[in-house]
Design a protein around this ligand. Structure first.
Ligand SMILES: NC(=O)c1ccc[n+]([C@@H]2O[C@H](COP(=O)([O-])OP(=O)(O)OC[C@H]3O[C@@H](n4cnc5c(N)ncnc54)[C@H](O)[C@@H]3O)[C@@H](O)[C@H]2O)c1
Length: 349
């Protein structure tokens, strides 16, 4: 059993804390929180956990092998670096950092020190997303396009805009579904209403080579909660609705093109409409699976599914998207971060 510490226990942290306590492969030894009220909250629920505002207690404790960080995005780089330099394995909430250079620096520290660095891209541990990828690979034939909506009348963040807060989920899912192939360009338009300097809504368009495209609509200023991704291909069309009981609906629909019998120069479009299938999903809590994966990666010294390379790819697209937002939706080319690949493969992790 390995000893773990957690840093930050605000809105999302209690979910991590509860899940960590359910695992029998690790023991939560300490929790660091700078807010006195949040420390009181943890102490009242978990009297056995050592709750402190001093990160040094964790950094200097040789028994603690891993740290889970659930603080606001802007603190991720600094806290992750402190923990890695103190020889701790780290699982940090998304995004890994708020720019690519910082993310690459953290990646390199983790490689050099042979430490597990994993980012909480929780949807890649979601059984529905894993099944969605399988269905795309087996049934869709040619992939045409994606569009996703992540909308809510939700928490308005004051540290990052909606793009940095919500897009990591969609970008992580899209990269996974595209077998880590990075898009070649992005356009994002963002609009601010509640705070002049931080966008509340964003509309993004990503393009891959082979004409595959994705549109992402993000908002924390919407009347309805929507968590939906639609995938359209040449043989099937799939809707993944994370809020529905039947999370995945596979529509057996396609447009078949036939030559016109009288005029071979013309094409006839046949709208083929078949059944809708709702495949059974063996649902387990994604956060619990994510935390289990972190502990397993440490113990087995294996590459985590959402390791630093995946996180850097996400941040590379976030960075390009932010440049597009600043330039009023201008199309920005995306350079691949694939050059990190070799170093990653060479690392013994
Ligand atoms: N995976 C998901 O679905 C999901 C959902 C919500 C939030 N998140 C992520 O979780 C992270 C935290 O989000 P949140 O909504 O809980 O934020 P929050 O602001 O509600 O809570 C953050 C907590 O961290 C504490 N904190 C800040 N700096 C600290 C430090 N240096 N040392 C110790 N404690 C510190 C704060 O006092 C606060 O209690 C963010 O990165 C966010 O993107 C992920």
């Amino acid at each position: 059993m390995i000893k773990i510490a957690q840093i930050g226990c605000g809105y999302w942290g209690p979910n991590i804390l509860r899940s960590l306590r359910m695992l029998n492969t690790c023991e939560l030894k300490a929790l660091v929180e700078i807010d006195v009220k949040r420390r009181e909250f943890v102490k009242s629920r978990y009297p056995n956990v050592d709750v402190t505002d001093k990160i040094d207690k964790v950094l200097n404790d040789d028994e603690i092998q891993g740290v889970v960080i659930a603080t606001p995005a802007e603190s991720h780089y600094h806290l992750t670096k402190l923990c890695l330099e103190a020889n701790k394995h780290v699982l940090v909430e998304k995004p890994l950092a708020t720019n690519l250079l910082d993310a690459i620096e953290l990646t390199n520290i983790s490689y050099e020190k042979k430490l597990t660095l994993m980012v909480g891209h929780v949807f890649l541990y979601n059984p529905a997303v894993i099944l969605l990828k399988k269905i795309i690979q087996e049934q869709i034939d040619n992939l045409y396009y994606f569009y996703s909506q992540r909308l809510n009348f939700g928490r308005i963040r004051q540290d990052v805009n909606v793009w940095w807060n919500l897009a990591p989920h969609d970008l992580s899912i899209l990269l996974y579904l595209m077998n880590d192939e990075e898009p070649i360009s992005i356009k994002v338009e963002g609009f601010s209403f509640t705070q002049s300097h931080l966008e509340d809504i964003a509309f993004a368009t990503l393009k891959w080579k082979n004409n595959i495209t994705a549109n992402i609509h993000l908002s924390w200023l919407d009347p309805k909660k929507v968590r939906q991704l639609t995938v359209v291909g040449s043989k099937k069309m799939i809707v993944y609705n994370d809020l529905s009981e039947d999370k995945i609906a596979v529509h057996d629909k396609s447009i078949d093109c036939n030559n016109h019998f009288d005029d071979p120069g013309k094409v006839l479009f046949n709208h083929r409409v078949g059944d809708i299938a709702f495949p059974k999903i063996d649902m387990k809590e994604p956060l619990l699976l994510e935390l289990e994966h972190f502990i397993t990666s440490i113990l087995s010294k294996s590459k985590p599914k959402t390791g630093p390379l995946h996180a850097c790819r996400v941040i590379n697209i976030l960075d390009a998207g932010q440049r597009s937002i600043i330039n009023k939706g201008e199309e920005v080319n995306i350079e691949s971060v694939g050059k990190l690949d070799r170093k990653y493969a060479e690392s013994t992790l």
